[in-house]
Design a binder for this molecule. Sequence first.
Ligand SMILES: [Zn+2]
Length: 290
Amino acid sequence: MAALTRLSKPACSAFSSINGIRRCLASAIALEPNGPSYVPPFALSSNLPRKDPKDRNVQWVFLGCPGVGKGTYASRLCNLLGIPHIATGDLVREELASSGPLSQQLSEIVNKGKLVSDEIIIRLLSKRLEAGEAKGESGFILDGFPRTIKQAEILEGVTDIDLVVNLKLREDILLEKCLGRRICSQCGGNFNVASINVKGENGKPGMSMAPLLPPPHCMSKLITRSDDTEVVVKERLRIYNEKSQPVEDFYRSRGKLLEFDLPGGIPESWPKLLQVLSLDDYEEKQSAAA
Ligand SMILES: [Zn+2]
């Protein structure tokens, strides 16, 4: 548990490996004349600053099925630790909403429930890290990246990931949650109208998850994303499971994978998550200081 104990007091010193990631992700693409296939990490890592984790902010990855709520937990942790939450899903949606060069290509992929290619994700991530670096960001939680073993290998080659948190939730509940997702068409807020109440059976504990309802002024403006139909969601989960297994194995074999079975909604899960991350004291200190 040494690795986890070490994380209990995240240092807040400035750190510069974001710059390194951006540079190396960019060069990983540039090196390939026909698009970014795998570039051996050792070729990229030689000139990069790799700070001791105690001298910099945390560098974590959050894994989990679409709809598991990893964005919510990653975002809360980022607020707590004062680090950026970099969600590749958001990067994709932002690009889709823009009239950027990739938006047409992206909308075709997303509407079919397929996953976006490594090349596009790395291009978007690279752009995001560059923008963050200009604002003086430090540390990060990556959400939705790496999604393939190739991406994990590229990432491994350019920076140190301290910990990979794999959030898990029963598949039937996951599907119900995915179908309950709504977005406010006016403010862009994310909500969930699914009210989950599963009784415990065959030794499995019951689970209840309250809906995440919008404030009254958003209620009449809720829309469902076009890719949140049952067929598309099931296909997305199938593809996710198939692709995530090697990524999980990759980090498991390096001793960096922390499996976390969500015991319920945010009220049940958040305190337990802080506990396993050795951050429960950290949150108390933060609120005392505030
Ligand atoms: Zn709204």
